[in-house]
Design a protein around this ligand. Structure first.
Ligand SMILES: Cc1cc2nc3c(=O)[nH]c(=O)nc-3n(C[C@H](O)[C@H](O)[C@H](O)COP(=O)(O)OP(=O)(O)OC[C@H]3O[C@@H](n4cnc5c(N)ncnc54)[C@H](O)[C@@H]3O)c2cc1C
Ligand code: FES
Length: 317
């Protein structure tokens, strides 16, 4: 099979790690080299796949790894119901079904030379992770990179190891400071001169400005980091909107409260991107499950600018 991406293929779980309570990342290897080639020919950051198990069904997750790594893909997902529970019961060495990549993507090439601001909440970091690694793999093409990421509690922050790499400081008692003035997580020891256990090269960088925050009431006693909702943390860090593109992923309430902050900072709706997570079934524009007015979120999305988002019937979102 090389050209029918509607037909599922089989992926082998090469690694599995827990990110947060009920949130797991699978590293997945293609068992069919033809499907793998076709996948990477088509895959761009922001696209999604349908991951499943015979008898249980399929679930939609973004592809959380960038197209610059072509030996595997990764997905990170929260146990929410029947399919995700069945998937989390799978172990290393076992297989799952997969079809994709589907949907549109972030226009990363059009962002060349611009500063980038990523804003994420909770489990919504995975769709941004693929973009962030894609940008870091092509670091010279872009200007400043800033990330504002928050979760309900410290335990709910996902990709703690990569946050440490991006933030470039030690997570000991979550102390230390960054150039943004916000405490951050840490620099990890690099194994073998640069590799890390996440499988990605250590960036340990000053060229990513990371702000981590947890919701008020969600901190633990040793958290010395920022305590604020994401929109508040963003407002306080007040990044410049000049020559900057913003990408926002998170729960609907976070997105709703973040957009006015970005507008207040001077970001134009055409320079703000987000992703929609309407319920889906076929994933390829056939069943009508995901519609927002005349727009198929599975085919025309899931990536939209705020300008496009505002033109959709809000009751369908
Ligand atoms: C484009 C896209 C990308 C996504 N990426 C990810 C990802 O990377 N990681 C991840 O964990 N999840 C992601 N999701 C959400 C994920 O698809 C659902 O959580 C999952 O399918 C639930 O499957 P289930 O059978 O286990 O749960 P179900 O039994 O179907 O549902 C369990 C609970 O989750 C709710 N739910 C199910 N689907 C959605 C949805 N689309 N939006 C909001 N609530 C929902 C249900 O209302 C119910 O309360 C994405 C969804 C879309 C559309
Ligand atoms: S999920 Fe079937 S049309 Fe979009």
């Amino acid at each position: 099979m090389t050209d029918n991406l509607y037909q599922p293929t089989t992926l082998r779980i090469a690694d599995s790690r827990d990110e947060a309570p009920d949130v797991r990342t699978f590293r997945l290897e293609f068992t069919d080299s033809g499907y793998r080639s076709e996948f990477f020919r088509r895959y761009r950051v922001g696209m999604f796949g349908l991951y499943g198990l015979p008898g249980a069904g399929e679930s939609v997750f973004c592809v959380a790894s960038p197209p610059t790594r072509t030996d595997h893909i990764e997905c990170t997902f929260r146990k929410a119901g029947r399919v995700t529970s069945a998937l989390q019961d799978r172990e290393i060495g076992q297989t799952i079904s997969f079809r994709g990549p589907y949907g549109n993507s972030f226009p990363v090439d059009s962002w060349k030379g611009r500063d980038l601001l990523f804003i994420a909440g909770g489990i919504a970091l995975p769709p941004l992770r693929s973009v962030i690694w894609n940008i870091l793999d092509r670091r010279a093409d872009f200007g400043k990179v800033a990330i504002v990421y928050g979760a309900r509690t410290v335990a709910d922050l996902v990709y703690k190891q990569e946050l440490a790499e991006w933030g470039g400081r030690i997570p000991t008692a979550y102390g230390g400071g960054t150039s943004s003035g916000y405490p951050s997580v840490g620099r990890l020891p690099t194994a073998n001169g640069g590799g890390t256990s996440s499988g990605y090269p250590s960036v340990g960088r000053k060229d990513v400005d990371l702000t981590l925050t947890v919701d008020p009431g969600g901190e633990t006693p040793d958290w010395k980091g920022k305590i604020a909702f994401v929109p508040t943390a963003l407002k306080e860090s007040a990044p410049s909107s000049e020559n900057c593109t913003a990408v926002v992923c998170g729960p609907p309430i976070m997105i709703k409260l973040t957009m006015p902050v970005l507008r207040g900072l001077g970001f134009e709706p055409k320079d703000i991107y987000t992703t929609l997570e309407n319920r889906m079934k076929c994933g390829v524009g056939k069943c009508g499950r995901c519609n927002a007015g005349g727009v198929y979120v599975c085919k025309d999305g899931p990536v939209f600018t705020l300008e496009q988002f505002q033109s959709l019937p809000q009751g369908d979102l």
